[in-house]
Design a protein around this ligand. Sequence first.
Ligand SMILES: *Cc1c(COP(=O)(O)O)cnc(C)c1O
Length: 479
Amino acid sequence: MTGPQHMTPDEFREAGRAAIDWLADFLADHRDGGHARPIVPDVAPGDVYGSLPPSPPTTGEPFDDLLADVDRLIAPATTQWQHPGFYGFFPADSSPPSILGELISAGLGVQGMMWSTSPACTELETLVLDWLVEACGLPDRFRSDGPGGGVIQDSASSASLCAVLAARDRSGGAAELPRLRVYTSAQAHSSIEKDILVAGFAREQLRVVPTDAGFAMDADALAAMVAADVAEGLVPCLIAATVGTTSSGAVDPVARVCDVAGPAGAWVHVDAAWAGSATVCPEYRHLLDGLDRVDSYCFNPHKWLLTNFDCSAFFVADSGPLLDSLSIVPEYLRNAASDAGEVIDYRDWQVPLGRRFRSLKLWFVLRSYGTDGLRAHIRAHVAATADLAERLAANPSLEMAAPLSLGLVCFRHVDGDEASERLLAAVNASGRAFLTHTRLDDRYALRVAVGGTWTTADHVTELADLLDALLLDEALDGP
Ligand SMILES: *Cc1c(COP(=O)(O)O)cnc(C)c1O
């Protein structure tokens, strides 16, 4: 039997050049303002499926045909997350060096579950996360040269799941589970609730702490809830604080959370999935107040730091509890380096066994842009967002729905939810900008998250002009 027919090296070279050429054109369009495709495609459910053959081919097809179908059928039915007018959710930045790092990772094709299965995969990850500690001004306890360190997870949800598992087991694990309690604010990301359910807790074991007028966790309320639980013989196991909430960018008072957690023996996890990238700039290091006392921290370079999904940086002050929860070593994975305890095996720092070589793309990004380039990226967005917020505040039809936070502004129409919903629909129907919404104080709010790789101050000004124009048309048309 002969094996399959692979591309020859020369065919691969040619196909690879064609794929990069296609991507270069795609990115060039975003850079020019994204005129080639609407941000949200005009696609009905089933359209994409129906446009493709129902069965796979029996004989191989030429690469040109594949690329042509990407151009004709796939790209036009894709939401343009890299479009400069994409302000929905939080943008998920990609960048040329990141794309190339991802490509090389796929080419090396390693499975980095342990140091011994690919030493560079482990050690580059350790190095790049130490670089992030320095670049972002994180506490030294997250560096790899002490009991703690960092690891790249696929998502913030997985990072917080690891924190939940380590905290659960540090507080007694399965035997104590019914007595354990977890605390997070009413504005925390939904992944915290999902994580505690996955970790075997009942929903009632999650205490939802109220927030203050600015949507940050009310530390006094937290203290009272913890004290009441302790008085009842329950065990506070984990407090999950958020730095930069998803709805409005609110920042929980981490130092005060630590004051409460310390005496109660609770693990503190800080979720800074979006806002964490901003701390590459020294002027935003106040976001890290209290972080030198927490057990774990996570932020997503795949949101605002030019590194394409997936890349979530997770740091622990002490990897011991994580390993106690997650290290299981069957005979077939035993090896001399691991047995000697000389190396990090990142399989023990995450739920799955297998892992991708994700540090390559982050390394490429850090080296290509330098910390100066990353700071310029964040600063340009924060400045543009401040200008946008000023324009919105000056419009009598609009009001702020939350305090401005870095690159996120939340606002609503003064006429109420229906008017706000209509405005959002009109912006999105324009094809030039894409916004999503949330609810704050039980009212509909539009969110503008400025953070896309190709989004410049000019694009944000265009959005402000668009909003003014839509509101003016509406005023002229009458209600
Ligand atoms: C985006 C976000 C998450 C979820 O991130 P994933 O990496 O997609 O799991 C969690 N927390 C906050 C505050 C976020 O903004």
